[in-house]
Design a protein around this ligand. Structure first.
Ligand code: DHB
Length: 509
């Protein structure tokens, strides 16, 4: 009898435990709805021909439990199940995390619904030029019909996750703003945490998340890569109900990253200061002030150039860019043109000398070829009409200055100081901040790309990221596309192959 009672009590305890576990599962608001998908098929164009890919499409899945706006704080997932009629198993595939942000604007995930099951969510309207996903058709040879990066990823058997996120334009019905810094990076981290929370449920290898984005999206990709598991965001992540998981990622790909915002005005004057903008030459005295601030900043970074170049300073940076980026980039382009077209190009660009040794030109001539795009200051502009002061607004203020230089010149108070709260936000939005502080869970693998004719920010911005990461012994793959513009990507398949190499994943040939 005694035994029977004991047994019954034991069974009751087990039962209660089982009930608790199953109740726990069913109330997990961040559980990925594995069985709730539609099956879609699309034709993807690769350089080796077309591939027919059938994939599971999951749309508009909220990734936080206390969303401020779930139209933005939701994500799409695409999981390949069949490629050219051959079944594929993506359960251990790399996960491409596609950041669709442009201009630091929000990405509305609800609008990416029908027919846009793949890739970056629809971009918000912005005054900035649209950011192409995929190829810029400028390269010699015809690769312009190749599908977008995210489609190519799918055709290689990778899982693609496209999160929405809040941005500087988000405004509630009561007129308050809810997407100012650091909302976008908080949301992206929350999305990474969601993926990790669903390890084994959401297909793909949660230890092989590779982020990608361009421009502001490239900056956020860099930031996601650099700031892994930083406690700085904890309070924001908690507030919006992010999963209690780690948010570091395996690799980060950044096209034309608009980052290091608090030093971007200085860097811009270093690059373009003596060139006229559309409205004429900018104030040379202010330009020179910013230029000398760049010298001090660059010196403070103490970056060592590769191949024994030594310390990189504002004085030798032109030489570094020429040697490691601009000459190799021009050489590849000119070689690829073939004799006839090259002759034509060189006749139009007499500032370039072409010999058996490759191309030669001066940095000054190269910069004149590119031209200046923005005014002064280029980012924290005095009238706060650029995206960046708008990014650093708060709930009730649409835009705020984020550098002492612009705050002082626009108020006339040469002792004015940026609020420490703004400085904290500026740090939280800057990949360089985390790299300089050697954040321990910084991604190990980096793919950085820019166009040589991209004048949205100084060429030093991406290259400083590259050198800083190289100095930390990260695995960095960098290149600039000759004459390529903002967000140029002339090698989307190279990027997909790189993911295969760094993750060791080659299930799909
Ligand atoms: C973008 C472009 C810019 O020139 C800028 O200042 C910020 C963002 C963009 O295209 O995302």
């Amino acid at each position: 009898m005694h035994k029977v009672i004991k047994m019954t009590v034991l069974l009751m305890i087990i039962n209660t435990l089982l009930l608790c576990i199953s109740a726990g599962q069913s109330t997990d608001r961040l559980l990925f709805p594995r069985d709730n998908f539609t099956l879609e098929t699309k034709t993807i164009i690769t350089s080796a021909g077309e591939k027919k890919v059938t994939y599971r499409s999951y749309l508009h899945i909220p990734y936080v439990s206390k969303p401020v706006d779930k139209d933005y704080q939701s994500l799409n997932v695409s999981v390949p199940v069949e490629i050219d009629n051959i079944t594929v198993d993506a359960s251990n595939a790399p996960i491409l995390f596609v950041i669709g942000v442009g201009g630091y604007m929000s990405v509305n995930n609800a609008r990416s619904g029908e027919g846009a099951t793949m890739g970056a969510p629809a971009r918000q309207k912005t005054s900035l030029p649209p950011v192409p996903s995929g190829v810029q058709g400028r390269t010699p040879g015809s690769i312009s019909r190749i599908s977008s990066r995210q489609d190519l990823a799918l055709a290689s058997g990778y899982v693609v996750v496209s999160p929405g996120c809040r941005g500087r334009d988000n405004k509630a019905s009561d007129g308050t703003f809810y997407g100012k810094a650091p909302a976008a990076i908080v949301d992206l981290k929350a999305a990474v945490r969601y993926i990790r929370h669903n390890k084994g449920v959401l297909p793909g290898n949660t230890d092989r998340i590779v982020s990608v984005g361009c421009s502001a999206g490239g900056a956020l990709s860099a930031l996601l890569g650099a700031s892994g598991n930083s406690p700085l965001y904890d309070k924001y992540l908690k507030e919006t109900g992010a999963a209690n998981e780690e948010d570091d990622i395996f690799a980060s790909a950044c096209f034309s990253p608009i980052t290091d915002l608090e030093h971007a005005d200085m860097a811009y004057e270093w690059n373009y200061g003596s060139l006229p903008a559309r409205s004429g030459l900018v104030d040379q005295e202010l330009s020179n002030q910013l230029k000398s601030m760049f010298s001090a900043y660059q010196a403070s970074l103490k970056l060592q150039g590769k191949d024994g170049f030594g310390l990189i300073t504002a004085d030798n940076y032109d030489e570094y860019l020429l040697k490691f980026y601009l000459f190799p980039s021009a050489d590849k382009y000119l070689k690829g043109l073939g004799d006839e077209k090259r002759k034509e190009y060189l006749q139009k660009n007499t500032w370039i000398t072409w010999t058996d040794q490759g191309s030669k030109f001066t940095f000054k001539d190269y910069v004149s070829h590119v031209g200046r795009m923005k005014g002064l200051p280029a980012f924290d502009d005095f009238s706060m009409s650029q995206p960046e002061p708008n990014l650093f607004g708060n709930k009730t203020t649409d835009s705020r200055h984020f550098t002492n230089f612009s705050l002082r010149h626009s108020t006339g108070n040469m002792n004015a100081e940026i609020d420490s709260e703004v400085t904290e936000l500026v740090n939280m939005m800057n990949a360089m901040y985390f790299i300089r502080n050697n954040n321990k869970d910084c991604a190990g693998y980096w793919w950085l790309r820019n166009g040589t004719s991209d004048n949205h920010t100084s060429q030093t911005v991406m290259v400083n990221l590259v050198i800083s990461l190289e100095n930390l012994k990260k695995d960095v793959n960098s290149w600039t596309f000759w004459d390529g513009g903002h967000c140029a990507d002339e090698d989307p398949e190279g990027f997909i192959d790189w993911i295969g190499r760094i993750t060791g994943y080659n299930e799909v040939k």
